[in-house]
Design a binder for this molecule. Sequence first.
Ligand code: BGC
Length: 424
Amino acid sequence: MKKFLALALAALMLVALVGCSSSETPSTGGTEGEDTTEVANNQKPLIWFNRQPSNSTTGELDAAALNFNENTYYVGFDANQGAELQGQMVLDYINNNIDGLDRNGDGVIGYVLAIGDIGHNDSIARTRGVRRALGTAVGDEGTEDSTPVGTNTDGTSTYVKDGEITVNGTTYIVRELASQEMKNATGATWDAATAGNAISTWSASFGDQIDLVISNNDGMGMAMFTGWSKDNGVPTFGYDANADAVAAIADGYGGTISQHADVQAYLTLRLVRNILDGVDINTGIATADDAGNTLSDDVYYYDEANRSYYALNVAVTEENYKDFLDSTVPYAPVSNQLDAEAHPTKNVWLNIYNSADNFLSATYQPLLQNYDDILNLNVEYVGGDGQNESAIVNRLGNPSQYDAFCINMVKTDNAASYTAVLNQ
Ligand code: BGC
């Protein structure tokens, strides 16, 4: 009851506030198509997603970008929890499938690793998680070296070390035979075609030593699987639970991790909706909205200090993959349509840093497109080429046309390229 009274009071205060809002206050509802207030662009909702504003060398979060205004948030997923799951998934696979895994019988379980972007926190976490689980990491827990080794068939690299694993009384060496950042000639990272080329090169020179293929994501993982490992019966592990990768588990793809894109895409647009509606930021998230949408705390959490919402990850393997075959369906607990009168249409500018990115284009964007209908948001989707930040920024020519912005940077250091436009 107390809670109800407090909420009612908060609602009343809000109505009062809206009534006498200045140009500093975000537009909060009003009739469809028109704003009740003129809001400065730099006061509008700004949601960073998928690439957290941070220093690409040190990983340090960009506090200025995350606190650009009081309506700024980041939406991503818990990179460390997911990395841990991915490492554990590979380790479990080795323990449960040791017979015949060491293909050339040399006593070394050799793996190759496709690295997405050496300056991206998610990629770094995944490289560390796999190395940690397999005993090949060098350095203290959480700050292990994530440098690509290039080629390390002789085990002399100083970025990794040989691990050891004992299964059914036999001890094997675990070795990272090769790893590289999959960046193409024009600079696009997480590049699937580059991973496809890498596996051709690696398999041609030391193919019989490769017992496992591991990738920071499914786009690169699937390029390696279809290019080589499927035909050679070599288990391949990725990340993202893209629909094609999940389906490939039936054909021998070892497994993947769902980063709960269905929860992230919802949060990305839901935060916008809440700010524009002038309601509590956790409406339809921690607390049910008027349509019954709500998220339970086993699928996400909020890190207040960094203004970041993180979805939690789930391992997808032979045991449960059938539940994950369609990666673009809205998450059922948050799939209820909002009423168009209570939540009138608002205009949102949203960019995808690289329209060729498998995860963003095949999983995340289709989810956003489902949620924009549910949340009555009119979203303009802008696709980049993964290389050129300014080409994307230039397409934000007239920010005043939009009520909110959702941004996916090419490079995590580049938040200021966008905020500068909003400050103009
Ligand atoms: C995904 C990758 C994707 C990257 C783009 C990551 O979270 O796992 O597949 O390429 O985001 O920034």
